[in-house]
Design a protein around this ligand. Sequence first.
Ligand SMILES: [Zn+2]
Length: 120
Amino acid sequence: MTTSDIAYSEFQQRLEQEHLSLSQEIKQELLLNTLVPSSAAIDKAELSELILMAKSSFIPNLFDLAVRMERVDAAVCSGKLGMYGLCADCEEEIAHADLEQDPAQPRCHDCREHNRYHHN
Ligand SMILES: [Zn+2]
């Protein structure tokens, strides 16, 4: 195992923990705001449905949780595909310092700069 493998597995563990706590928070908020009839209904729903519900609720806190969840979920999925730590745009490795700061970071520094320049 190389140093980068060890760092990656640490980042991925952090992601999985965040994934778990985010899904609990989203479910709790959905219930609190009575966007779902019962916790039984939540248990039956797919994560993607919960995210959609949360995003279309226009409740700022819930919306933010859902946006973060999408990002974390995508990063967890890329880990399952063995693509963790690779930029979603150019497939270069994302700097460790960036992943350290946000393990769900989907893009390398260059692509983030590029996006900022072109879209903002
Ligand atoms: Zn890139």
